[in-house]
Design a protein around this ligand. Sequence first.
Ligand code: ITT
Length: 200
Amino acid sequence: MREQIIFATGNEGKMKEIRMILADLDAEVLSLKDAGIDIDIREDGKTFEENAVIKARAVMKETGVLVLADDSGLEIDYLNGEPGVYSARYLGEDTSYRIKNQNLIDRLQGVPAEQRTARFVCVIAAAFPDGRILKARGTIEGVIGYEERGGGGFGYDPIFWLPEYGCSTAELSMEKKNELSHRGKALRAIKEELKKAVKA
Ligand code: ITT
């Protein structure tokens, strides 16, 4: 039987991208839902690194298998890095991204293009059953658009504009987004270590 890895996320948008990026690992990658795990994890870290480790370690302790976790978010320079580690909780966890995205566009009203710089950040943590922790960080630079564009991706993708591609990350195919994205970079960085760990 193939080795199982649990990816400690409840975010379906992330999980779709993660499955594609980790498809070449000789392991079965299960989401929390696939694994039937329903635990409440308090993400009270101050950094993406701390929160990724909190999530991965909590689920590893519960299951005893190799667990990966993704903590990610959008940093807008003009807003001093907001929403940052609070990206999922910004304006409330259950508030729609239509509202969150429009709110951020409104907060940048009148701000010129050169001051609309932003980045997506992703930190992946791997918690091994022997207690080892690995971490990898990836980023993608862009600017906040003037309106929502595109129906792909998830979360803040419709307002994350890539000037060099002339589109938002919600207008990219999943393959292209994974090639360029914070998540793609962080996951590829950690993948070689994982291949050794699961003896591909
Ligand atoms: P888990 O903790 O269960 O993985 P979450 O959505 O709560 O899911 P985070 O705390 O890491 O995850 O918050 C990440 C948020 O950052 C996410 O909900 C989006 O709002 C935003 N985000 C991260 N990566 C993104 C991407 O690729 N495209 C758009 N928005 C993204």
